[in-house]
Design a protein around this ligand. Structure first.
Ligand code: ADP
Ligand code: ASP
Ligand code: MG
Length: 408
């Protein structure tokens, strides 16, 4: 008897009909002779709605209370899915993150899984039960509720699959796999039969929200092979696994976009040791996550530093930088720009092929799209463009690499 972990996202449990569909699918998997553990998200829109309610009371609600509040979204959906299963005659049990033995450390709203104790899940499975586990939540050793960051049910599913040594882990969602680009944006995007952990991680962390990036890191660390597929049909999905030699033949696996980015540029800083450390230190202290960082020396031994961040952090960044810049130089100048977006091309084949950046930049140039900043890693080239051009940019780069066609 195989053990199958299935994760159903918010859209897949977004209505009572969809919940019936999930229960039916779980029953079918069970009737085929498998043991089934589902991890489910809150019904679509519920998490956002709960955040909105808290913000109606207070601009900056306590993260401890936000965690307690948000965890209720998943608790509603596990109970509903379990009730739906029971109406189909399936012996099922809903299980919260804490009951599933998902122990967390770190901060509220972005807890990290430190340890798993799957004993209750194993006991129930041994009794023949079908399980419905709440995604996105765990508890600290003291019993405090933690959530695992937005999209965190993916992480729960991978962790549960690892802890139970599941034979199969399926991420069931509203698309039938990982595509060469978000199919909502690039209509001729192609479903990938497989993608390596590293590529999926780069795509997820540069805006392809089909998987939460931390869940992919976890899967890689614990060697959990998983499949992304549709909760509404039986089409084969995309397998996410360790890279193998054939994978390098494809230069670019996919394109990601990330909107709502902002840039801060600081100029007039003396070109002396320690300056970058002071500037980045101030931003780190203000808990601002920087993405791209570019520094250069301009004229008269002055340096220039540009960073990108999420646009919601722009005000906080300006406030954090002001006092430091005043200390560093009377000539220091700060400029900001919102309304930019990032486009990333990802592929492990890039390591052994040249000319990838040139193809990408030419495609953008031919469309008259201006490139702001550029950053590269071994398997990624990313650029910023004006946010209004991001969809055209994604389509142009997708075409330039022929991603709509099967690789030869
Ligand atoms: P769930 O609620 O099931 O967790 P998400 O909304 O988090 O689902 O993720 C699925 C969505 O991810 C799709 O509807 C799709 O628009 C988006 N997406 C972004 N990039 C990609 C990609 N490269 N391939 C497939 N889907 C993508
Ligand atoms: N409900 C949570 C969210 O909306 C977790 C998830 O859906 O994976 O982010
Ligand atoms: Mg998701």
């Amino acid at each position: 008897m195989a053990l199958i972990v299935q994760k159903y996202g918010g859209t897949s449990v977004g209505s009572i009909d969809r919940i019936r569909n999930v229960a039916g699918r779980m029953k079918r998997t069970r009737d085929e002779g498998n043991r089934v553990v589902a991890v489910v998200s809150a019904m679509s829109g519920v998490t956002d709605e709960l955040i909105k309610l808290a913000k109606e009371l207070c601009d900056n609600p306590s993260e401890r209370e936000v965690d307690v509040l948000l965890a209720t979204g998943e608790q509603q959906s596990i109970a509903l899915v379990s009730i739906a299963l029971q109406t189909l005659g399936v012996d099922s049990a809903s299980i919260t993150g804490g009951q599933a033995g998902i122990f967390t450390t770190g901060s509220h709203t972005r807890g990290r899984i430190s340890n798993m104790d799957p004993s209750l899940m194993m006991k129930y499975l041994a009794e023949g039960k079908t399980l419905v586990v709440a995604g996105f939540q765990g508890t600290t050793l003291e019993g405090m509720v933690h959530t695992l960051g937005r999209g965190g049910s993916d992480l729960t599913a991978i962790a549960v699959a690892a802890a139970l040594k599941a034979d199969v882990c399926q991420i069931l969602t509203d698309v039938d796999g990982v595509y060469t680009c978000d199919p909502r944006i690039v209509k001729n995007a192609r479903k990938l039969p497989e993608i390596s952990y590293d590529e999926m991680l780069e795509m997820a962390s540069s805006g392809s929200k089909v998987m939460q990036s931390r869940s992919v890191e976890f899967a890689k660390k614990f060697g959990v092979i998983f499949e992304v597929r549709s909760s509404l049909n039986d089409n084969p999905g995309t397998l996410v696994l360790e890279e193998h030699p054939n994978m390098e033949n494809v230069v670019i696996r996919g394109i990601s976009i990330e909107r709502s980015q902002a840039r801060v540029t600081i100029s007039g800083i003396p070109d002396q040791p320690g300056m970058s450390g002071r500037i980045l230190g101030a931003l780190a202290e203000a808990e601002i996550n920087l993405d791209m960082i570019v520094s250069n020396i301009s004229n008269e031994d002055r340096s220039k530093h540009s960073f990108t961040m999420h646009s919601t952090d722009l005000g906080k960044a300006q406030a954090a930088l002001k006092p430091v810049l005043a200390e560093l130089s009377k000539d220091a100048k700060i400029e900001t720009e919102a309304g930019i977006a990032k486009l990333s091309a990802v592929g492990i084949g890039m390591r052994s092929h040249s000319g990838v950046a040139a193809t990408m930049f030419k495609a953008l140039g031919d469309k008259g799209i201006n490139i702001g900043m550029i950053s590269t890693s071994e398997i990624k080239i990313a650029v910023t463009v004006d946010e209004v051009h991001i969809e055209d940019a994604a389509r142009a780069v997708h075409d330039a690499f022929g991603l709509d066609k099967e690789p030869v």
